[in-house]
Write a protein of this length. Structure first.
Length: 94
C-alpha cells in the first residue's frame, strides 16, 4: 500500500534503526501527530535492526504529517533514539 489513511488498522509500521538491537529490553515508536500531540506506540524488535508496530484503532485518527522515532532501551544507562521518519496520512477519498 503506497498511501496510508485515517482509520487504517492492521498494517505494520516498521522503522529500521540501522543499529543492532540484540539485547534490547524494550522499545516503542514515539509519535508526533499532525495536531502536535505526542504518543508512544508499543513495538517489538523484528529482524536485527528493525522495530515494528501493528496499527490499532485510534493510531491514525488525524490526516496530515506524522513524525515517528524509534526509541530502544537496552538498560537504564543505555538508550537509543532513531532518526525522525515522516509519514503523511490521507483523509478518506484523498
Amino acid at each position: 500500500m503506497a498511501n496510508h489513511y485515517v482509520g487504517e488498522m492492521g498494517t505494520q509500521v516498521v522503522l529500521d534503526t540501522e543499529v543492532t538491537l540484540t539485547g534490547a529490553q524494550s522499545c516503542v515508536i514515539k509519535v508526533k501527530k499532525p495536531d502536535g500531540t505526542e504518543e508512544e506506540w508499543s513495538a517489538s524488535v523484528t529482524e536485527t535492526t528493525k522495530i515494528a508496530h501493528t496499527l490499532e484503532d485510534g493510531d491514525f485518527d488525524q490526516f496530515g504529517l506524522y513524525k515517528m522515532q524509534a526509541y530502544v532501551e537496552f538498560d537504564s544507562d543505555n538508550t537509543f533514539l532513531g532518526e525522525t521518519v515522516e509519514m503523511y496520512v490521507y483523509d478518506e477519498y484523498e
